[in-house]
Design a protein around this ligand. Structure first.
Ligand code: PMP
Length: 284
């Protein structure tokens, strides 16, 4: 049984409890981070904590956490759960209060929950065979840049994708791809440009995105940060997604049509290999 962390205490998972009045539960008033663990060490911990601070500040959540304390909790959970490969999930909620839309004047302590989840990251079967993607309208709220736990739309669309025999969904706004259900989206053009939507409130600012774009630059690939259309996607040489728990994952078909030759692309595979090597080397 796992040991989890809830509001200051480490507990066996079946004894951990949160209040039914927690605003995370009642309003989705909570933010989260997911940090990958390889060989018992975390990838990009500081970048995840920087993004957590940004999410909290965008939602006017006062942040009383010290980064060194959050680091200690992450490390303690990895150790107590003997986690070699997988992820640490962290969630901060606005805390417990009587149900009220208006949270001004509320000074409840924030809620903090962390748990580990074992997962095979490096030898993910999707990396080898490539993902089948279906497209759906992006009907999420307009602040996709804040990492809130309001994931219902993405969850519905991913479930629908699975029912259709696909692996995941990419979302579209005005004929252009925004991002995947839980990943950033890219195409590789026929002249080897890496094209991915520019940062805005339309997408989550992926931590893996930053690392992979740096690696692409080191591979002498041209990076173009702009929205790409569904037509461009369908005729791209390669497509792939990035996320902390998926790393770099090739896309081999979209709505049943093969992308490129219908196999994981060579640029994608090179980026994945470099990402795995470099993030492992820099993990803490
Ligand atoms: N977009 C969305 C909507 C996500 O949920 C995620 C995963 N958290 C990402 C992109 C990728 O972000 P990261 O590389 O930081 O995991």
């Amino acid at each position: 049984m796992r040991t989890v962390y809830v509001n200051g205490v480490y507990l066996p998972e079946d004894q951990a409890q949160v209040s039914i009045f927690d605003r995370g539960f009642l309003f989705g008033d909570a933010v989260y981070e997911v940090t990958a663990v390889m060989n018992g060490k975390m990838v990009d911990f500081d970048a995840h904590m920087d993004r957590l601070e940004r999410s909290m500040s965008e939602l006017d959540m006062s942040n009383g956490y010290e980064r060194k304390d959050l680091l200690a909790i992450h490390k303690a959970l990895i150790e107590r759960n003997d986690l070699e490969e997988g992820l640490v999930y962290l969630q901060v909620t606005r805390g417990v209060a009587d149900r009220d839309f208006d949270f001004s004047g509320l000074d409840a302590p924030l809620g903090l929950v962390l748990f580990t989840q074992a997962k095979s990251l490096e030898s993910n079967p999707l990396a080898a065979r490539g993902q089948k993607i279906v497209l759906a309208d992006d009907q999420r709220w307009g602040r996709a840049d804040i990492k809130t736990v309001q994931l219902l739309y993405s969850s519905l669309m991913k479930t629908r994708a699975k029912k259709q025999g696909a692996d995941d969904v990419w979302l579209c706004r005005d004929g252009k791809i925004t991002e995947g259900s839980s990943n950033n989206a890219y195409i590789v053009s026929h002249n080897n440009e890496i094209i991915t939507r520019e940062l805005s409130t339309d997408i989550l600012h992926g931590i893996t995105r930053v690392s992979v774009l740096k690696i692409a630059e080191a591979h002498q690939l041209k990076i173009v940060e702009r929205a790409f259309s569904v037509d461009e996607l369908m005729s791209a040489k390669e497509a792939f997604s990035t996320s902390a728990s998926g790393f770099v994952n090739p896309v081999v078909s979209v709505n049943g049509t093969a992308i490129g030759n219908g196999e994981p692309g060579e640029v994608t595979e090179a980026l994945r290999a470099s990402y795995v090597r470099e993030s492992q080397a820099a993990s803490i």
